[in-house]
Design a binder for this molecule. Sequence first.
Ligand code: MG
Length: 180
Amino acid sequence: MTMDKKIAAQRAEFEACAKLATQWRRLEMTAVVDDDYPAVRADYERSLAAFMLAMHANGRVFIAEGPAPSFLAVLRAQNLSRVVRFGHGDIKAPHGWGPMQWGCALAGEVGELCNMLKKYQRQMPSDPTPDELHAEIGKEIADVFIYLDLLASTFDFDLARVIASKFNATSKKYGFPERL
Ligand SMILES: [Mg+2]
């Protein structure tokens, strides 16, 4: 790379960094319950991706400490906010739903998922078509994950961290190189 190109790449990285800082400040000022939160969050994610690319152009890689908090952090915040809307009150309130209720709700969704898997396997004439079942299986997997997040929240578990920790421990135990 010529010196001119190196300077241009360095300048592009600084500019991407400045834009990222601006979007980060916007994100900090926006409550997750605000209508424009998803758009602000998307702007931040785009700025972060642009900054990572600019760093890469300068021969560096972006090293985040721990797993990226983006999607799972937003899911947790919105999940807890919606719980209140559904009338369950504060998730940690004594008379609200606790781990047992969320665990049962999770098991119910696993049951619904298994019912779809059963129909997908047996293909009886009275069952929905494979395409319909494929769509339903996706919805049930989503339900399972949403309730799993709520159950995890009652113990203050950060899903990304506990998953990474357990995944890495298993890889280490069996001598495999895969890590999160
Ligand atoms: Mg369901």
